[in-house]
Design a protein around this ligand. Structure first.
Ligand SMILES: [Zn+2]
Length: 347
């Protein structure tokens, strides 16, 4: 986790202040027709998702409705009520990516309103890739063993059948958005930019007239979004993430509206900082590999972790492994290192 904010200008000052005071930020008008609504993300250090409500006449599109909880649902509906929008009047939902803190509440909102749901063109829902959660979980445990995870921690690292089944609760998209698309809503034309990395089908939405960009989790002002080699996911996510960071550079005067933390200007500067962090981490991974680390687990345990390797459990343990794996794959596909079992240059 990085906390480098020098390259940006924070514009969401009330949001930042709320972040520091550990309270929910206020609902705010970003520009007329674009409202920022915090939706709680329970028991998670991110604390909340910033949903964006795009409003114009009869149209109401919610971007990243957030994690599905009763409290979050109440927060979103109450913000909509203050804007004179009833739960049935939501016309569309866009998730910048399929993670539960973005797409999670879409199913519930769509159920009550009949709103369409859109995801990026290349976003795959993992559930569509497997038939049986028990088989899939067994396959994942086998992979964790190949990654060198000690037997007593394999179950902790692997996706559980229940975790996989829970993904079935996520909404299906009835609309897909890619680079060629523009989403016209709230009197604005939102240009879609595919930004794979954090997930294979992550998208950002640009409003060139209003000089805004909804960055999802691709660019956050304070932390480095996790980039992981995931089950049936992108085979070289780090490479794609670096390309996506280069892609979003420019337009530093636009206001960036991220899905967590607070608004800021300077996406390009922030992208360069994130890229530098990745390069630094890759060097560290290479060093550990050169010293003889021979599995993903072996690499991960020798890297520096802000909270310490020993304290990483459950999901954090899994993410540490899959982040290390993404770096090893990247070094392998770059021809810099031969890789380790389960992670060589060939796909
Ligand atoms: Zn998120």
């Amino acid at each position: 986790m990085q906390t480098d904010t020098e390259a940006i200008t924070i514009t969401g000052t009330a949001q930042r202040e709320a972040w520091q005071r550990r309270v929910l930020p206020p609902v705010e008008v970003v520009v007329p027709g674009v409202h920022s609504v915090p939706v709680v993300f329970p028991e998670n250090p991110m604390r909340y998702t910033l949903s964006y409500v795009l409003l114009d006449g009869d149209e109401c599109v919610v971007v990243d409705p957030g994690f599905d909880s009763d409290e979050g649902h109440r927060q979103l509906l109450s913000a909509l009520a203050d804007l004179d929008v009833g739960p049935r009047e939501i016309t569309g939902i866009v998730a910048t990516h399929f993670h539960t803190d973005h797409l999670g509440m879409a199913a519930r909102l769509a159920h009550g309103s009949g709103a369409w749901i859109a995801l990026g063109d290349n976003e795959r829902r993992n559930i569509s890739a497997f038939e049986d959660a028990h088989d899939e979980s067994a396959l994942d445990r086998a992979r964790m063993r190949i990654w060198g995870v000690p037997e007593e921690r394999v179950a902790e690292a692997a996706m559980s059948p229940q975790g996989l089944l829970d993904m079935r609760l996520l909404a299906d998209a009835d609309r897909r958005l890619g680079d060629a698309d523009t989403l016209s809503v709230a009197g604005r034309n939102w240009r879609i930019m595919e930004t794979p990395g954090h997930t294979p089908g992550h998208i950002c939405l640009w409003d060139d007239e209003g000089e805004l960009v909804l960055t999802g989790d691709h660019i956050l002002p304070r932390i480095s979004p996790n980039v992981s080699l995931e089950i049936r996911g992108d085979t070289d996510p780090l490479r794609h993430n670096i390309e996506s960071l280069q892609r979003i550079a420019g337009n530093d005067h636009y206001e960036a509206c991220p899905a967590h933390e607070y608004r800021f200007r300077g996406v390009g500067g922030r992208a360069r900082v994130l890229e530098a962090h990745i390069a630094e981490r890759s060097r560290e991974v290479l060093e550990v590999l050169d010293q003889g680390a021979s599995t993903v687990h072996d690499v991960a345990r020798q890297l520096t972790w802000s909270r310490g390797w020993e304290s990483l459990g459950q999901l954090q343990f899994r993410l540490a492994l899959s982040e290390s794996a993404a770096h090893i794959r990247y070094l392998a596909t770059s021809g810099i290192h031969a890789g380790v079992p389960g992670l060589v240059a060939t796909k």
